[in-house]
Ligand binder design. Structure first.
Ligand code: GRF
Length: 325
């Protein structure tokens, strides 16, 4: 798909301090082809110097002191500002507040943080002195998804920084910062682009398809597909289609009940479904995957339905029995 056809992911950055990582993200967002834009810089501290920097660069800012508020109240104010700015992702760049569990769960998979250690080592504070005291050869930084447990979400990317014998926490921190400024924009760009990355989308489809009984992957006409039954004689229940035959979609093709259902679905939700070339004629429908907000539960349901339509009865009975629990 041409880049111009894609809208940029909207990112709100939360800071508490100098905001040098925020600055790195902002300048990266303004390079040609950047897949994200910064729609808000929000802080819990009025004196955060990053705020004046953001203002200078014309980025909307929001400040709400945490003092005198419960955690839930403060989070709600920050969240409202993020929504108002149209943010799809929240990126924590030196935000020194722990977010409430409810907040984190509402934004699950859409909040990223940068932490100055090679996670899972040295969660929490004083990461540089702990790495030096442990005699580690390397320190570094990690970009990770935020989950309710502190610094424990999936690590998306890391940068390693060598520790010198004469390093103090301050000298080491300065070099880790330089590495962070390279790492963070790249990790955010990769993460928000995952929805257009065929490898990532294939992996998600494969995880769901191969979880079905006796499913295996098998290519068909040069495209990956999934079959049920014996490896030699199984039947296809899904095909993965990556911008084939002039289509700009990355999609998984699954079996409908027939042409009438297929055409009804395409007409009702053209942003979700399409009639693929060749396969469409025999009732396969395309579920579009390279679009915002794919409902993966819905994809899983279609895969199961399609699997059921070709699986032998002994296997569908197995799944029925499993569904009882
Ligand atoms: C960074 O070192 C980051 O790893 C940590 O907070 C610091 C923020 O620095 N979470 P800055 O405000 O971006 O300069």
């Amino acid at each position: 798909m041409p880049d111009t056809a894609r809208s940029k992911a909207k990112v709100a950055i939360f800071i508490s301090g100098t905001g040098t990582n925020m600055a790195a993200l902002l300048y990266a967002s303004r390079l040609a082809q950047a897949p994200f834009e910064i729609v808000l810089v929000a802080s819990n501290r009025e004196t955060a110097s990053g705020l004046s920097f953001a203002q200078l660069e014309g980025v909307p800012t929001f400040v709400h002191s945490h003092k005198g508020h419960t955690r839930a109240e403060h989070d709600a104010a920050m969240e409202a500002a993020a929504h108002e700015a149209g943010a799809q992702y929240i990126v924590l760049a030196g935000y020194m507040r722990i977010l409430s569990e409810a907040f984190v769960e509402r934004w699950a998979g859409r909040i990223l943080n940068i932490h100055p250690s090679l996670l899972p080592k040295y969660k929490g504070l004083d990461t540089y002195s702990r790495a030096i005291e442990a005699g580690d050869a390397h320190a570094g930084a990690s970009v990770h998804l935020v989950t309710p447990e502190l610094d424990a979400g999936e690590v998306l990317a890391q940068a390693r920084v060598a520790i010198a014998p004469e390093d103090t926490p301050e000298t080491l921190a300065a070099r880790v910062k330089v590495a962070e400024h390279q790492l963070f924009p790249r990790a955010v760009a990769d993460y928000v682009s995952r929805g257009n990355d065929p490898d990532h989308l294939y992996t998600r489809v494969a995880d769901l398809a191969l979880a079905l009984p006796e499913a295996h992957a098998k290519d068909s006409h040069g495209s990956p597909g999934f079959r049920v039954g014996p490896v030699k004689s199984g039947k296809f229940f899904a095909h993965f289609s990556q911008q084939h035959h002039g289509s700009e979609h990355i999609a998984v093709l699954v079996k409908t009940g027939g042409m009438e259902e297929l055409l009804d679905l395409v007409e009702a939700q053209p942003e979700v479904y399409f009639k693929p070339a060749y396969y469409g004629a025999s009732g396969w429908i395309g579920l579009i995957l390279n679009r915002p907000d794919v409902d993966w539960g819905h994809v899983a349901q279609w895969l199961e339905r399609s699997w059921r339509s070709v699986a032998p009865a002994r296997l569908t009975r197995l799944l029925d029995a499993a569904d009882q629990f």
